[in-house]
Design a protein around this ligand. Structure first.
Ligand code: NAP
Length: 311
């Protein structure tokens, strides 16, 4: 086993994981980074990122991720394709089972992110980045002067719809039920906004525009009347929640009611030597820059932990 013990293993290759890799590689921890199911994380499916400091003209999400990857690589991060099947955090070093092999780690940085929940329609999947988005703060700007639809009935959908009224001429909020899950205050704000229209008891059946590679509308079913109609729109934003990629730690780490890893003092989990950063533990900010920030903290704490334990 001794040959196979790593000082630091990082799960996830998004902004948080790559930042943790840059810091821990520069601290000579020779980190091993497992890329996970969605290499590059959510930034890799975003277009122009205009709010990451240091890029006054903005930068494409995939390019930003590629730059971080090169930076992590330059200092000696070892990248490996694959993802964690199971982990045993009850023993130290921790045992990480990748299916075909087991790696042992003195410190573990979990940066496995959260995946946007999608409707799962083939047309929706085909048009991601071409008018379909799950991130209003990332992509809203591109819809200036146009009409947009948002799907969802919770706080995220209200927040997205409200944010998008800064750019769009009209935002239609499509919700599958009559009643909303959103908090009263968020719902009231949306109702009070003259640019927001509501379409309730409505389910999106298809996103139109696959052939032209540009969203032109959505085909919607009224679940009460059974009538189908087409809503013209140039964008469709999904605000139906995120799924944190933490289920493999259930029972070993504290997860909140929606499955996010609970941390204290920013990045500490309940298991000493295991740190969590980025969207897998952050349901509040969910920004590239905050993920990078907690990735940095996790690496610094991992380094400190190793020092305190004689490494
Ligand atoms: P959420 O509260 O779980 O709401 C998800 C919404 O999406 C629900 O209305 C749900 O419909 C709908 N939905 C889910 N799957 C769907 C599908 N396949 N097709 C159509 N609709 C679907 O998620 P969230 O809005 O992301 O909020 C998560 C948590 O973060 C909440 O605790 C929320 O309060 C919090 N949050 C707070 C703020 C804020 O305070 N500023 C902002 C964002 C989020 P049903 O209602 O029919 O289930």
């Amino acid at each position: 086993m001794a040959d196979n013990i790593r000082d630091t293993v990082i799960l996830g290759s998004g902004c948080a994981g790559l930042t943790a890799a840059i810091y821990s590689a520069r601290a000579n921890l020779n980190p091993l980074l497992l890329e996970g199911h969605e290499p590059g994380g959510q930034l890799s499916i975003t277009t122009l990122v205009e709010n990451f400091p240091g890029w006054p003209e903005g930068i494409q999400g995939p390019e930003l991720i590629e730059n971080m990857r090169k930076q992590a690589s330059r200092f000696g991060t070892e990248f490996r394709l694959g993802h964690l099947a199971t982990a045993d955090l009850t023993k130290h070093p921790f045992a990480l089972n990748l299916g075909h092999e087991t790696i042992h780690a003195r410190t573990l940085i979990i940066a496995s992110g959260a995946s946007a929940r999608w409707l799962g329609l083939p047309s929706e999947q085909a048009l991601i980045g071409h008018g379909v988005s799950s991130c209003a703060t990332c992509d809203g700007f591109f819809f200036s002067g146009r009409e947009i639809a948002v799907v969802g009935g919770g706080d995220s959908a209200m927040e997205e719809a409200l944010f998008l009224t800064r750019f769009a001429t009209k935002v239609t909020l499509i919700h599958r039920r009559e009643h909303f899950r959103a908090s009263r205050i968020m719902l009231d704000r949306a109702i009070a906004n003259p640019k927001i229209a509501f379409m309730t008891n409505a389910v999106v059946l298809e996103v139109l525009g696959v052939e032209s590679k540009e969203v032109t509308g959505v085909r919607v079913l009224d679940t009460v009347t059974g009538v189908e109609s087409v809503l013209d729109t140039s964008g469709l934003f999904l605000g139906i929640g995120h799924i944190p990629n933490a289920s493999m730690f259930a029972g070993q780490l504290d997860l909140d009611e929606d499955g996010y890893i609970k941390t204290h003092d920013y990045v500490f989990t309940r298991v000493p030597g295991v740190f969590a950063c980025g969207d897998v533990q952050d349901r509040r900010y969910r920004q590239a820059i905050t993920a990078a920030g907690t990735g940095c903290m996790a690496a610094l704490e991992a380094e400190r932990y190793l020092e305190e334990h004689g490494r």
